[in-house]
Design a protein around this ligand. Structure first.
Ligand code: SF4
Length: 444
């Protein structure tokens, strides 16, 4: 991983919510050095903001899922009127997402919101932008200037609209959209510079992962402001995950990006979960909870490992706080090697599992006992670590692979024949809604 791109730093939140810093590496306004803050994870509520109880419940649920910052839509006056009560009942920095009506921004600032998002595509009047800048300055609130492919083409100025439409509908769509995004950001930021307001972060989102990479790479070169990364309109979780990770992963791996929002047409908790997992995978955030590795299974499998992995994941997410590495492996081919690298591991054989804790073999159990025994070993290990009797990642044992504990290659036939209890993985885990076992086995 290359070093993070240095930029200005903004702060979102207050004493009650805690302050989330975004960006860093350049001196602050007083000339004091700043370090790059950890990359934060944002999401957005999906219900109406004026439904105070529903909005509070959703914000608190997303905060509990790990969101560092939560954004809410404020399309109407009744939404900004609800903010004061929502802020009183939540403990995570809140961003008001403002489009079309600059007064919603002023009302949100007045209500005590922690950050404003403005869209240069639909709030352009200099006097209106200046009013928002002045209100935010008075309260010490940052502003995200976010251009978005879906609202970037000019709508008011007819001549400009014709020119921009001709460009984006032409053969050079990618380059034209990139040029319009950058030009609009530059134009808009001139207003902020004229008012000597630098408490700003930037975003330039598209549904096209390649365009997102190019747009952020370009604005990273041109501006010294922190960047909010996102792929907009990425689709449902099942496909949006790949689209988002392709773009955000490429940028983050180059040191570009200070806060991220993954956008799904699904429960927003998935956005948080996958955003955190992306940062963990890239080593950009210390992991909270289990680092679960599992083999993809193959023709050697002799237990229902896919269901087992899902059960292990769900159970450990509830009960394990430490970033312990847990390996769930299908057979002796790679099981011993992964067990050596894990804090707690199981590798399976002929309807049995052999369990290891930091390289030490602790059990050999029938398939139906693998899950409870693995959980038990994880919890006991967690307690030992918390008492200072063991340390994560500390292993000194080389595992000598035992003789295969069953004849390889017969696992799926055994499951099909009912010799192993068949448990379905959740349908949401598959790309087409078909449980994976049904795709591979005849119905019983
Ligand atoms: S660990 Fe064994 S069962 Fe799993 S994919 Fe590798 S060879 Fe196949």
């Amino acid at each position: 991983m290359v070093p993070r791109r240095p930029c200005r730093q903004i702060a979102v939140g207050d004493a009650r919510t805690g302050v989330v810093r975004i960006g860093g590496g350049l001196p602050d306004a007083a000339g004091r050095p700043t370090d790059p803050a950890p990359v934060s994870v944002q999401t957005m509520t999906t219900g109406p903001t004026h439904d105070i109880a529903g909005c509070v419940a959703e914000i608190n649920r997303l905060h509990a899922a790990g969101a560092d910052i939560v954004r809410v839509a404020v399309p109407e006056r009744k939404d900004t009127e609800a903010l004061r009560e929502i802020l009183a009942q939540t403990r995570v920095p809140i961003v008001a997402d403002v489009h079309f009506h600059f007064r919603r921004a002023l009302e949100a600032v007045e209500a005590g919101v922690h950050k404003i998002r403005l869209n240069p595509g639909n709030i352009q009047d200099r006097g209106e932008v200046n009013a928002v800048i002045d209100a935010c300055r008075a309260r010490g609130i940052p502003i995200r200037v976010g251009v978005n492919e879906g609202s970037i083409v000019e709508r008011k100025d007819k001549q400009k609209r014709v020119r921009e439409l001709a460009a984006v509908l032409g053969e050079q769509r990618h380059g034209a959209l990139l040029a319009i995004m950058i030009a609009k950001l530059e134009e808009y930021l001139d207003l902020f510079r004229e008012r000597d307001f630098h408490d700003v972060c930037l975003s330039a989102k598209s549904m096209d992962a390649g365009l997102v990479i190019d747009a952020y790479s370009e604005i990273a070169r041109r501006f010294d402001l922190p960047l909010h990364l996102g792929v907009t309109h990425a689709g449902p979780k099942e496909t949006g995950c790949v689209r988002s990770v392709a773009a955000l992963g490429a940028l983050l791996a180059q040191g570009i990006g200070d806060t991220i929002r993954i956008s799904y047409a699904s429960d927003a908790a998935y956005e948080v979960q996958d955003g955190l997992e992306l940062l963990y995978a890239l080593g950009l955030r210390p992991r909270v909870g289990v680092d679960l590795i599992a083999c993809p299974t193959c023709g050697r499998i002799q237990v229902d490992l896919i269901s087992l992995v899902q059960d292990v994941r769900a159970a450990l997410a509830q009960k394990v706080r430490l970033p312990m590495k847990v390996a769930v492996m299908g057979c002796v081919v790679n099981g011993p090697g992964e067990a050596e690298g894990a804090d707690v591991a199981v590798f399976a054989g002929d309807r049995r599992g052999i369990l290891y804790v930091q390289g030490e073999r602790v059990a050999n159990v029938p398939e139906e006992e693998i899950l409870p025994r693995l959980l038990d070993e994880c919890l006991k290990f967690q307690e030992r670590v918390e008492r200072g009797e063991a340390r994560l990642g500390e292993k000194s044992v080389n595992i000598v692979p035992p003789d295969p504990i069953g004849a390889p290659g017969s696992g799926w036939e055994k499951i099909a024949a009912g010799r192993v209890e068949r448990r379905h993985a959740p349908a949401s885990l598959t790309v087409d809604g078909t449980p994976p076992h049904d795709a591979r086995l005849p119905a019983r």
